[in-house]
Design a protein around this ligand. Structure first.
Ligand code: PFF
Ligand code: NA
Length: 459
């Protein structure tokens, strides 16, 4: 049965908890884990940042994921209509569905630059497969990356390929075949990460990397770093964007929302930490810069593949699997908008996919140019907070660090303060102590924590 593509009139349920976990993990695990987590950890000084990130996952991310899945399951519609359904049933304000709309917008903005980075991964498949990485030193590897980023035409080509991949699947409706692929290719990605960690343990400065990642030095933590850790907790778990709401609407009644959300979050976190353990030993062994920015994994992993036995093979396979992980995430980013266009504007699926996908692709061109021809353009540079940020940096910052936490905050307030407690208890079906822990978190801790982080960053 088509999972997300099922018609709204005849919405089936997933056959099992496993199917939900596969789809949700497919959305969660992606470039956020392997590309973004290591580079923002490097930029924000390591251990203390990682600790804040882990606390945000456990204390804010998991409770919000539970809330989103629950809204979806209770509303049993696409996000905006699930919120409509619940507000109507419970006699709440008609304004709440806006939360879903903010999510759809955020997802659209994210996909525009996510696809550009997905394109980098596509490009590296060819680079690794043709043996261009073999035996290269760190400078030569860096030159390959600079060559790619400096060439708008090539970036556009791979961005187009990636976006086309996403659009093909969304246009046809996500199928059970994709889930089966997730169940094979995700573990394969996991194993390949272990291979690189193995290489890093023997050839890199592994203990330096462990110290960098897990020994918190709070003097390196900034207020902005806390905001970035919080934002990344949302980004990496696909929260604040109504994606998990959409998926939750297919979750069978009776499946534990808490257990399922925790499982997905743990898988996502382990993949991110493994990526860190794969990359930083290579960074330290070769005198590279941890704060190198968005290019970090594309300057370290290719180097490792160039050195290890059978590196061209492992490298090719790794980038193929990375594309797959990014692809399943990209699909979940485009799907909400397409569903919304279908429901609200009555467009058919092909037309809405083409419209949404091409608009997103076009916006991606601005991110591409901001990496080269427009690299000196800093649209909001007059504000201290956005100083030196290109269009690409801004899209990333505004979505992950502002829109997603804001979406999450609204979800928390909606469930914690407006939905009926009875409904929440029925949906979550937890022992009293577990329910109270979640309920108090979502009512008090989450809104207060997000508000404090926002306020600190504004003043
Ligand atoms: N969670 C994905 C990742 O870590 O790569 C990115 C993402 C997918 C964010 C879907 C948001 C979303 F709705
Ligand atoms: Na993720």
């Amino acid at each position: 049965e088509g999972v997300m593509g099922a018609s709204t009139k005849n919405r089936g349920h997933w056959s099992s908890r496993l199917a939900f976990i596969l789809a949700a993990t497919g959305s969660a695990v992606g470039l956020g884990n392997i590309w973004k987590f290591p580079y923002i950890t490097g930029e924000n000084g390591g251990g203390a940042f990682v600790l804040v990130y882990l606390v945000c996952i456990a204390a804010i991310g998991i409770p919000i994921m539970m809330a989103e899945v629950m809204i979806g399951r209770r509303g049993e519609h696409s996000p905006v209509n699930s919120l409509r359904q619940i507000t109507r049933l419970d006699g709440l304000s008609r304004a709440w569905p806006i939360v879903g709309a903010v999510g759809v917008l955020a997802a659209f903005l994210i996909l525009s630059f996510y696809s550009v980075i997905g394109g980098w991964a596509v490009s590296y498949v060819g680079t690794a497969a043709t043996g261009q990485l073999a035996g290269k030193d760190a400078d030569a590897i860096g030159a390959i990356f600079s060559g790619l980023v400096g060439d708008p035409g090539t970036l556009l080509l791979w961005h187009t390929v990636f976006m086309a991949l996403v659009m093909v699947v969304v246009a046809r409706g996500v199928s059970a075949g994709l889930e089966k692929a997730v169940s094979i290719l995700m573990p394969a990605l996991f194993v390949l990460l272990l291979v690189v960690v193995g290489y890093a343990m023997t050839s890199g400065h592994f203990s330096d990397a462990v110290a960098f990642l897990f020994e918190p030095d709070f003097s390196k933590l900034t207020t902005k770093g806390v905001l970035i850790a919080l934002g990344h907790a949302f980004f990496t778990l696909s929260l604040g964007m109504a994606v998990m709401m959409a998926y939750g609407s297919y979750l069978p009644k009776g499946v534990s929302i808490a257990r399922t959300s925790i499982t997905v979050s743990i898988i996502d976190t382990v993949v991110a930490l493994l990526a860190g353990l794969a990359i930083f030993p290579i960074v330290f062994a070769n005198g590279l810069e941890p704060g190198a920015g968005p290019g970090l994994i594309f300057q370290t992993l290719p180097f490792a593949f160039g050195q290890m036995p059978m590196g061209s093979f492992f490298g090719t396979l790794f980038f193929i699997l990375l594309i797959f992980a990014a692809w399943t995430s990209g699909i979940s980013l485009l799907e909400p908008l397409v569903e919304w266009l279908e429901e609200q504007k009555g467009m058919n699926r092909i037309v809405s996919t083409l419209g949404a996908g091409i608009a997103c692709w076009a916006l991606g061109i601005a991110s591409i140019l901001s990496l080269n021809l427009w690299s000196d353009i800093h649209p909001l540079g007059m504000f201290a907070m956005f100083e030196g940020k290109t269009i690409f940096d801004l899209l990333d910052f505004l979505t992950a660090n502002i829109l997603l936490p804001l979406g999450g905050l609204l979800v928390a307030v909606f469930t914690g303060w407006f939905m009926s407690r009875q409904a929440l208890e029925n949906e979550l079906n937890l022992p009293a102590a577990g329910f109270n822990l979640w309920y108090n978190t979502i009512r008090f801790l989450t809104p207060v924590a997000v508000a404090i982080v926002f306020i600190y960053n504004l003043v």
